[in-house]
Ligand binder design. Structure first.
Ligand code: GFP
Ligand code: GFP
Length: 829
């Protein structure tokens, strides 16, 4: 920018190199000021938590400064913007990530040291922001980091749940769910925007009115709720750009309301109003069936409506017609959860902005893109027509109108092929009529993306076969990725420093492909030695963490074998546990001379089960019962341990991943759309034991089969076995361990019976029987490899070196270019 374009404030700002100073003395003063004036504790006496709060507020100031600059710059440049709509963001903690991305970590460390505090201890004071369930939600968080770092003019939109994902408490081996009071101690990372709020309407009726000689639909709502914005600045790394994640909270509407307050029952009318807040009160745990849940639908519409109003308001601030709307706006739908944005945009454009139906639909078709994160048709949302019609009467009409035009288009193309029409219709007929949100998204969005290459194949050949035949050009995939800022720089500083030392640069933090440079050193003895040392330190950190969480002492000499992810039958934690029982049984029956050759293992499992998912809860209990037996068996000692880490979340992952040797990703092939946990382990030099599913297939291409342990049926084999309904003869080893569970070797035989039955008498849908032998072989291969530490370390280095493709920077670059058509817009000062 030329000097003239800048205002006075900007010039002063540049001269001063920013208004806020980042030298240790200025930072100390800022921290102490916040302790005194924001936290209201004496600056001469405060504890770790208060110091954390003071520090967090001083970091927040720096975020806000850059965030303003970025937003002003975007306003001035008016680039095409991306709006990323997701009902879930799993952000985890913000402190470390923020100071790293702002480039002030070392300065803060110095400042704190001089004040007598430790950065690490303060960082531990922060709770996790857990506004999401699992993969989809963490993906959204990683993608925000990449969008900011790569300077894209992007905003995220979501819901500010008062209660995030439940806390998992284990009592006697059983999971119990407790509310997550994450806001009870304040949240310095958000900015409440009382100045930014919108009315969101529900229920009521639609009336026809004539306006300027035109027939218009007017929606008279039955309830109005206020959406208030909470902004969460997202700093990029190595750039001044700081983008916004705007989360909406529900508040009672302040609108004058004669009806409810006219009855004289003032107190009850106020209490009634207060109920509005329940809309954003709690995140639904993932049970894959929200069907018919009114509150869930209200949440979806609430966040979508506020976001769409905000987007249109911002656009109108600087444009006088909608001609350029599609050139300035891309709207990304994360799964079908935000797909009500489609009828909402059309409604606002037609009913409120008086565009024609055709103009509005044309715009919608140009701005929306959609990514699906599931492989199973049951995972796709359906909304009962009655429910939608009562909650959002105008939207139902719009969806019917879209469907009508679509059905006409299909008839033109395929004739009166009623089967096809009914398969593709947005409206599902049946005892209960449903709106199929995925079909709605298919019809309107210009692009539908899968989250890995093989996921796209499944979409084309199964889930959306008819749509693929109709519009092959709409189908693409963007293999997921994770951010190396969070998953290496924040969580594994040791390895991070080592990588930079050997590459001679830390540029890989933005240009992750540079990691490939490690390949040439993979056999270098000095690097290997340092690599092992760093990994050892991480293991010791994990050992200490395990002791704090579970009271168990484990040896860092053992192989740490980890499976952390949501508990689900398809992810097959059960296969892992049965494998552990097998190992236990083998060790028990060994002679002393044989035992000496056993590679000691610490098996670590962590993850939450959806509250209503009984089988998953049984798996957690089984893990505890088996652990109880093994861990207390004097015959076994350090040869085998089984640890369940309770309340798995982002912060737990940050400690566990850098400290693990082997990690398991053993979904039944064809069930994991992508999988992103594997990518985090890969980056951290942990070896993978995996089935050929989802993104693993692409990982194999990057690092080579020889650098991981692959097992299980391939996708086409799974499909064939299921089609033929073949029953596999139960392998003897598996039959033996299942029998141990069945006869009560680990107690609770009645409670565990359904787990045994799922393998032996209900058709073994997830194919544990088929995959067990090859799983044991892969485990044996891992043992062999671990004994040769040189070889193991080489594989570990090659894993990190080959992980570049799985950075969310690559994913976002592809989306920006191929799906959204947005370009970087870098804030210059
Ligand atoms: C955004 C932010 C505001 C900020 C302006 C200008 O506004 O807080 O003051 O940018 O920096 F939300 P809109 O883009 O929403 O108009
Ligand atoms: C889903 C899929 C995963 C995929 C993520 C992100 O995860 O395979 O990696 O979305 O695309 F199952 P969950 O939200 O179901 O955990």
């Amino acid at each position: 920018d030329s000097g003239e374009e800048k205002g006075k404030a900007e010039r002063v700002f540049e001269m001063m190199d920013g208004f806020l100073k980042n030298d240790p003395v200025s930072l100390q003063k800022d921290i102490l000021d916040h302790v005194e004036f924001t936290v209201a504790r004496s600056r001469f006496s405060f504890d770790d938590f208060e110091a954390y709060q003071g520090m967090a507020h001083s970091v927040r100031d720096r975020l806000i400064e850059r965030w303003h600059d970025t937003q002003q710059f975007f306003k001035k440049k008016d680039p095409k913007r991306l709006y990323y709509l997701s009902l879930e963001f799993l952000m985890g903690r913000s402190l470390s990530n923020s100071v790293i991305n702002l480039g002030v970590r070392d300065q803060y460390m110095d400042a704190l040291n001089q004040l007598g505090f430790s950065f690490e201890i303060l960082a531990e004071q922060e709770g996790d922001a857990a506004l999401g369930n699992g993969g989809l939600a963490r993906l959204s968080a990683c993608q925000m980091d990449s969008l900011a770092t790569m300077d894209f003019p992007a905003w995220g939109y979501g819901l500010r749940y008062q209660f995030g994902l439940f806390r998992q408490v284990i009592l006697d081996g059983f999971q119990h769910e407790q509310p997550d009071y994450w806001l009870n101690f304040g949240n310095p990372w958000e900015i409440e925007r009382v100045d930014v709020s919108y009315a969101v309407k529900f229920y009521g009726t639609v009336e026809e009115k004539s306006l300027n000689g035109m027939n218009c639909k007017v929606w008279i709502p039955g309830e109005t709720v206020e959406a208030v914005a909470y902004d969460n600045p997202i700093p990029g790394y190595g750039t001044r750009n700081t983008i916004n994640l705007r989360l909406w909270a529900a508040k009672p509407s302040g609108q004058y309301d004669m009806e409810s307050f006219g009855t004289g029952d003032y107190i009850n009318a106020v209490i009634d109003r207060q109920k509005a807040e329940t809309i954003s009160s709690v995140l639904y745990p993932d049970d894959r069936s929200y069907q018919g849940k009114e509150l869930r639908l209200k949440q979806q519409y609430f966040f979508v409506s506020a976001s769409v109003q905000d987007i249109i308001r911002r656009f109108k601030d600087s444009h006088s017609s909608f001609d350029e709307f599609h050139e300035k706006i891309a709207l990304q739908l994360t799964d079908t959860h935000p797909s009500l944005a489609i009828p909402e945009v059309i409604r606002v454009l037609v009913d409120e902005e008086q565009l024609s139906w055709k103009e509005a639909c044309d715009i919608a078709c140009k701005i929306f893109s959609f990514t699906t994160h599931t492989v199973v048709p049951e995972g796709l949302e359906k909304i009962p027509v009655d429910l939608l019609g009562s909650l959002l009467p105008r939207h139902l009409q719009i969806i019917y109108d879209i469907n009508f035009s679509f059905m006409e288009e299909l008839k033109q193309r395929f004739g009166l092929d009623y089967n096809r029409l009914s398969r593709m219709s947005i409206v599902e007929e049946g005892a209960v009529k449903n709106i199929l949100m995925a079909n709605l998204s298919m019809v309107v969005c210009h692009t539908v993306n899968g989250v890995s290459r093989v996921h796209l194949d499944t979409l084309k050949s199964k889930v959306f076969k008819d749509f693929y035949e109709l519009w092959p050009q709409k189908f693409h995939h963007k293999t997921n990725g994770v951010t190396q800022r969070r998953w290496l720089v924040v969580s594994n500083p040791g390895l991070c420093g080592l990588i930079s030392k050997w590459l001679g640069t830390d540029s890989w933090i933005r240009e992750v492909d540079l990691l490939l440079g490690l390949r040439e050193h993979a056999e270098n003895e000095e690097l290997q030695h340092e690599w092992r040392m760093v990994r050892r330190v991480n293991k010791i950190r994990l050992v200490e963490f395990i002791e704090t969480m579970t009271g168990m002492k484990v040896s860092p000499d053992a192989m740490f074998d980890v499976q952390i992810k949501r508990i689900h039958e398809y992810k097959r934690q059960l296969l892992n546990i049965l494998g552990i029982i097998h190992r236990y049984d083998c060790i028990k029956n060994m002679k002393d001379s044989e035992r000496r050759r056993v590679v000691p293992r610490v098996c670590i499992i962590g993850g939450k089960a959806a509250p209503g998912y009984e089988m998953a809860k049984k798996i957690i209990k089984l893990c505890h019962s088996v652990g109880e037996m093994i861990n207390n068996d004097p015959d076994i000692g350090d040869l085998l341990k089984l640890i369940f880490i309770p309340d798995y979340n982002v912060s737990v992952a940050e400690i566990v991943i850098p400290g693990s040797d082997l990690s398991q990703h053993i979904s039944t092939a064809g069930h994991e759309a992508s999988g992103t946990g594997s990518m985090k382990f890969l980056m951290n030099g942990c070896l993978l034991l995996a089935t050929a599913d989802g993104s693993t297939l692409e990982i194999i291409e990057e690092i080579g089969e020889e650098n991981m342990f692959i097992c299980g049926a391939k996708i086409h084999e799974v499909n064939m076995m299921r089609e033929k309904g073949e029953t596999i003869k139960m392998p003897l080893e598996l039959a033996r361990v299942v029998r141990m569970v069945r006869v009560g070797y680990f107690g609770h035989e009645e409670y565990f019976k359904p787990l045994c039955d799922s393998i032996e008498s209900s058709g073994d849908f997830y194919l544990l029987g088929h995959d067990f032998p090859s799983y044991l072989e892969a485990q044996a291969a891992a043992d062999m490899a671990f004994v040769n530490q040189k070889k193991w370390t080489k594989m570990s280095i090659l894993n990190t070196a080959g992980s570049g493709k799985f950075s969310s920077d690559r994913t976002i670059g592809e989306y920006a270019e191929q799906t959204w058509g947005v370009e970087p817009c870098r804030c210059p000062f």
